[in-house]
Design a binder for this molecule. Structure first.
Ligand code: NAD
Length: 482
């Protein structure tokens, strides 16, 4: 399967080469050369920010009637759907994920444009009573240039949610895609052109983190920053943004726990394990990476989870066209080997391997779906984000202990509980330190539900209506009457 050999960046509505050369990309399913991507350096970042600034200063986006702006946003989503198969194929080859997962991601990306585009004309201010001598009202105004730094695990969905919010609220944006799988994000440029967005409204640049990413995050001309990625990088970009007094949203990592109670319906649990830790080969910030299981159900759970893991067919994403018990490659050899080493180290520290744990004897970056049992809450494997298809099983005896374990990492992205007892579920939901809590179904929710972290998982929210308010600032206008 071959695709276009060279892809360009998108600045000011033009396709351009990179001032830092090209990035050579490999197919994670084979380890072989896939294509080259233009690589942005600091000069390209300057150009993209200048184009976004000019667009913003022209007032074109902001002076539009909101319903018109909303239509442009929705048009971007329509473009993705109209080119659905082509984008899905490119994304599958670039990221290593199964073709059906790549298709789902294109659908979800398009959904963000629909969801936010529909809300463009609903961002109303309010009137504040100050007595008979005054009239007072608030308006929501865009920040200006929104800088967005994207990770490689869901490049389309994550960029789509930020671009859609930015344009809906009349910000222009510069998106720095991830250097490991930037190809599919090029279609946002095509979508912006197809929708008729003004030059500079959407700029898409690929480049390395320490160069293009750092230059963008610390750029004096940006007004807003959305970063999705690791805690370590998030901390650096937040410091850069703070130096310029730029508000930021940080969506960082997780080590999320599902509490599986004594009365849990294990069919529901297993279906959530399949999606929770093996979707996208576990390279999901909100993955169900820890199963905290009541001791009376431990053995049964582990047996069934091991059976599930060993029934998953692992191999090239391009051959995995239908949703089912299958998994693709991890993004890179480095990520795959890191996950493998963490599993090997966990076994040395006393964890019991009940399924998987090995690399596949195939070219490409595959790791078997893995279950590790008899893990203690403070073990490295229970505290470190593996970002791979690895489920860590921890036993508990009572509700307090389960909550304590669930809350015992530095993260707080999501959490879940499986029980038929609604009182127990609601108490757990209120005690969990997590931005989202799933009851009886991991990943319950959608583009409509706010998403973001407690603790080191970040701050601010993406998704849902709440996210829109991260892209606007409030202006109060007070009028003294005669
Ligand atoms: P990463 O932090 O290495 O990279 C993320 C992005 O930051 C990339 O585009 C990279 O080029 C850029 N970057 C790297 N160094 C930079 C620097 N010094 N300055 C500016 N930008 C820089 O993370 P990753 O490996 O791409 O992604 C995996 C991590 O992302 C995991 O921890 C995962 O949990 C997290 N993640 C979080 C969410 C969420 O919504 N909370 C979603 C997806 C991934």
């Amino acid at each position: 399967m071959s695709i276009k050999p060279y892809w360009q960046n998108f600045i000011n509505n033009e396709w351009v080469d990179g001032d830092a050369g090209r990035i050579s990309l490999e197919d994670p399913a084979t380890g072989e050369f896939l294509a080259e991507m233009a690589c942005a350096g600091t000069a390209d970042v300057d150009r993209a920010v200048a184009a976004a600034r000019e667009c913003r200063d022209s007032g074109e986006l902001q002076s539009m009637r909101p319903v018109e702006r909303g239509r442009l946003v929705r048009e971007m989503g329509s473009y993705l759907l109209a080119n659905f198969e082509e984008i899905s194929l490119v994304h599958c080859l670039d990221s290593g994920k199964p073709l059906w997962e790549a298709r789902l991601e294109v659908t979800n990306a398009a959904r963000y444009f629909e969801y936010y585009g529909n809300q463009a004309e609903t961002l109303e201010g309010k009137s504040i009573p100050l007595g008979g001598n005054y009239t007072d009202f608030t308006v929501h105004e865009p920040y200006g240039v929104s800088a967005q730094v994207i990770p490689w695990n869901f490049p389309l969905e994550i960029a789509a949610r930020s671009i859609a919010c930015a344009i809906t609220t009349a910000n222009s944006c510069v998106v720095k895609t991830a250097e490991l799988d930037p190809l599919s994000s090029s279609y946002f440029g095509h979508a912006a052109l197809s929708a008729g967005l003004p030059p500079g409204a959407v700029n898409i640049i690929a480049g390395y983190g320490q160069e293009a990413g750092a230059a963008l995050a610390s750029h004096p001309e940006i007004n807003h920053l959305v970063f999705t990625g690791s805690v370590e990088t998030g901390s650096k970009v937040a410091a850069s943004a703070a130096a310029n007094i730029v508000p930021s949203v940080l969506e960082l990592g997780g080590k999320s726990a599902a509490i599986i109670c004594k009365d849990a319906d294990l069919d529901k649990v297993l279906s959530s394990v399949r999606n929770g830790i093996f979707f996208n080969s576990g390279q999901v910030c909100s993955a169900m990476s820890r199963a905290v299981v009541h001791r009376d159900r431990q053995q049964e759970f582990v047996e069934r989870a091991a059976e599930l893991a060993s029934s998953i067919s692992v191999g090239p994403g391009i051959e995995r066209t239908e949703s089912g018990l299958n998994m693709g490659a991890m993004i890179s050899q480095k990520q795959r080997d890191r996950a493998y080493s963490l599993c090997a180290q966990a076994q040395k520290s006393g964890a019991r391997l009940v399924s998987g744990g090995n690399r596949l004897n195939l070219p490409g970056w595959f790791l078997q779906p893995t279950i590790l049992d008899q893990v203690s809450p403070n073990d490295e494997i229970a505290q470190t984000e593996v970002f791979g298809p690895v489920l860590t099983v921890i036993e508990y005896s009572d509700d307090d202990e389960a909550i304590e374990i669930a809350n015992s990492t530095r993260y707080g992205l999501v959490g879940g509980i499986f029980t038929e007892d609604l009182n127990r579920a609601m108490k757990a939901a209120s005690r969990m330190k997590a931005g989202q809590v799933f009851i009886n179904e991991w990943f319950a929710g959608g583009v409509e539900t706010p998403f973001g972290g407690y603790g080191k998982s970040g701050y601010g929210r993406e998704k849902g209506r709440e996210a829109l308010f991260n892209y606007v600032q409030t202006k109060n206008v007070a009028i003294a009457l005669k």
